[in-house]
Design a protein around this ligand. Structure first.
Ligand code: CMP
Length: 138
């Protein structure tokens, strides 16, 4: 099923100038970039975006990191895009990520792990709508 997912190239990967390589790989793997922009989240926006994690011990570090510099947010489309993008990212912790995945190639540790992706259809729809308006997705 042709599906959309939401992706972020995180501040560590943007600062390290790995964004171009990651975007190349996204296209080489058959995803269509439906929408894309570079933004610098405020702490408050990062807190809203990651609200689901508000009780987790890493919430403060995570939202500080995500508001520490610009990132690139994207809506990606492909057959089974959610599963496919999660596979291309690899495990959350780069140490545990499979060879040649984006987190293995470009992530440093579980906090600075280069990329984010939605985990289910409901969160993909919410996350895309959080950052993009309807006209940006046409
Ligand atoms: P992400 O896919 O952006 O979703 C939440 C982020 O929290 C995750 O990637 C990690 O970068 C970060 N994080 C830090 N510690 C943990 C943890 N123990 N479990 C899951 N995510 C964590």
């Amino acid at each position: 099923m042709l599906e959309k997912t939401f992706a972020i190239i995180k501040p560590d990967a943007v600062a390290a100038k790995n964004a171009g390589k990651i975007i190349d790989r996204i296209e080489a793997e058959g995803f269509t970039i439906k929408a894309m922009k570079k933004i610098h989240m405020t702490k408050a926006i990062a807190e809203r975006f990651y609200f689901v994690h508000r009780e987790r011990p890493f919430y403060n570090d995570l939202t500080n990191f995500m508001s520490s510099g610009p990132c690139i947010v994207m809506c990606l489309e492909k057959e089974d895009a959610i599963k496919g993008w999660r596979a291309l990212m690899g495990a959350t912790n780069p140490d545990a990520a499979e060879a040649d995945t984006l987190r293995k190639l470009y992530g440093k540790n579980i906090d600075n792990n280069a990329v984010h992706g939605s985990d289910a259809p409901e969160t993909a729809a919410e996350e895309v709508a959080f950052f993009f308006t309807g006209i940006e997705l046409m």
